[in-house]
Design a protein around this ligand. Structure first.
Ligand code: AMP
Length: 451
């Protein structure tokens, strides 16, 4: 998964983009990059690591100009290395252009093969680079028309920002899988994956970039082109897990939706218990809703350390559940002698949940009831969420009772897909992609292997 942001028409464009990426850090922690434009050429910097590590004050001064775009990456196509970091930028016949992409293309392999057979030389193993090759090879006479043509040749999920020496373009695939929003900061225009980025830089939210829309921002203002008719299939997992709870995504506040998911879950899967405990951080809003609906106390019975890096030194004498223990610890004073309902947003492989359950039992819980604010995850995502292959998803091959036994809980309850869609504001069941739960893939699964 990735986060993207762009600024047009502000003297501190790179710095604002840096801050916007900071707010989008949850969408990708592997690498960060910014490209700026001073009206004549592009300047870029990319590095591995978090935004704060990738950019220093001095680095940002080397990104001049009043427009910029940026990218934070969590690899879902292509390995995690510097050559695969976004954004990508090149010079082509009509001038310089950079791209930041969130989503996965479902025809990436065939597209790449075709382009390579035609002589294209790829510098990365990502699908995002294909956009630039398509634009460079197009015969259209303007860059905007070349972008429009390129978007017609790709399939799958893309929320995109392009930057040239003269303008910025924001575009979304016809399904609108990934979010993308447009905002204003006085005379400047801003684009970001989520509205939490606007809050940080004090920009105001204008609207979503619509599915299938191309928004062109230049010195004359904003104009909108419809590249393809919308076939709306917004990713419901953005609401369940991925987006930040303070963002408005697909027109709804994420915290409110998660709280509502918890309320729906309580109605469908009530538990006789003494206290509701979330798996922090992602399970918190749903657990609050669950507890409120049943009139049960809500307590932070699992404490999360926010200082866990990606690599750590393991002790030679093995400590049980070391990885999870580093991140979470059970608060004995909350748990001991009580019947606990644990609320989390999803079970993927089941390995983390199993360790958490053991930890809660060791802290003295008399019963453990696990409630999940989503249906069983039975299929991988081909549109940009990092889920393992079908084989590794515990719910693809095990029944709810089998998963309950594997996790070692007294009861296990998932929210139904109808419940999820009601909470997300789609009671008619339309407008969302829920393929990871339903197997109903809106586009292009034939050539995909997973991830
Ligand atoms: P697992 O042990 O594989 O069942 O992990 C379940 C946990 O992973 C839950 O607490 C989720 O919040 C979290 N999770 C769900 N989807 C993802 C994802 N795509 N990337 C990282 N973590 C995830």
């Amino acid at each position: 998964m990735c986060g993207i942001a762009g600024v047009f028409g502000h003297p501190e464009a790179a710095k604002l983009t840096y801050l916007a990426l900071h707010a989008l850090q949850h969408r990708g922690q592997e690498s960060a990059g910014i490209v700026s434009s001073d009206g004549t050429r592009l300047y870029g910097h990319r590095a591995m690591g978090h935004v704060a590590e990738a950019f220093s004050e001095e680095r940002l001064t080397k990104l001049p100009g009043d427009s910029a775009l940026g990218h934070v990456r969590y690899s879902t196509a292509g390995d995690s290395s510097l050559r695969n970091c976004g954004p990508f930028w090149v010079d082509h016949a009509l001038g310089p252009i950079a791209v930041a992409h969130n989503g996965n293309l479902t025809n990436a392999e065939t597209l790449r093969r075709t382009l390579e057979e035609e002589g294209a030389i790829f510098q990365s193993t990502t699908d995002s680079e294909a956009f630039l090759h398509l634009i460079a090879r197009s015969r259209e006479v303007t860059t905007v028309e070349r972008i429009r043509e390129a978007l017609k040749r790709v399939e799958g999920a893309y929320s995109l920002i392009f930057l040239t020496d003269r303008f910025l373009v924001a575009a979304r695939d016809p399904y609108g899988f990934r979010p993308l929003v447009l905002g204003r900061l006085r005379d400047a225009w801003v684009v970001a994956s989520e509205t939490c980025a606007f809050d940080l830089i004090e920009a105001t939210f204008e609207r979503e970039v619509a599915p299938g829309e191309i928004v062109v921002i230049d010195a004359n203002g904003v104009r909108s082109l419809q590249s393809q008719p919308a076939r709306e299939a917004r990713c419901v997992f953005e609401h369940i897990y991925f987006s930040r709870p303070d963002s408005v995504v697909f027109g709804k506040n994420v915290y409110t939706v998660r709280n509502q998911l918890g309320r729906e879950l309580a109605r469908e899967q009530p538990a006789k218990a003494d206290v509701v405990v979330p798996v922090p951080d992602s399970g918190v809003p749903a657990a609050i809703g669950y507890a409120a609906e049943l009139g049960l106390p809500f307590e932070m019975g699992l404490i999360r350390s926010h200082y866990v890096g990606r690599t750590f030194i393991e002790p030679s004498q093995s400590i049980r559940h070391f990885g999870v223990k580093l991140k979470l610890n059970a608060a004995r004073s909350v748990i001991e002698g009580k019947r606990i309902v644990v609320v989390d947003d999803s079970i993927v492989r089941g390995t983390t949940s199993r360790k958490i359950v053991k930890m809660i039992r060791q802290a003295g819980a008399t019963e453990v009831h696990l409630r999940i604010s989503a249906p069983p995850t039975t299929g991988p995502c081909f549109y940009g969420i990092d889920t393992p292959t079908k084989r590794e998803l515990i719910a693809s091959s095990h029944s709810v009772d089998e998963i309950r036994d594997y996790l070692g809980v007294d009861t296990l309850g998932y929210l139904s897909l109808d419940g999820v869609l009601r909470a997300a504001g789609a009671a008619d069941g339309r407008g969302f992609c829920h393929a990871c739960f339903s197997g109903d893939y809106p586009v292009g699964v034939r050539a995909q292997g997973g991830g």
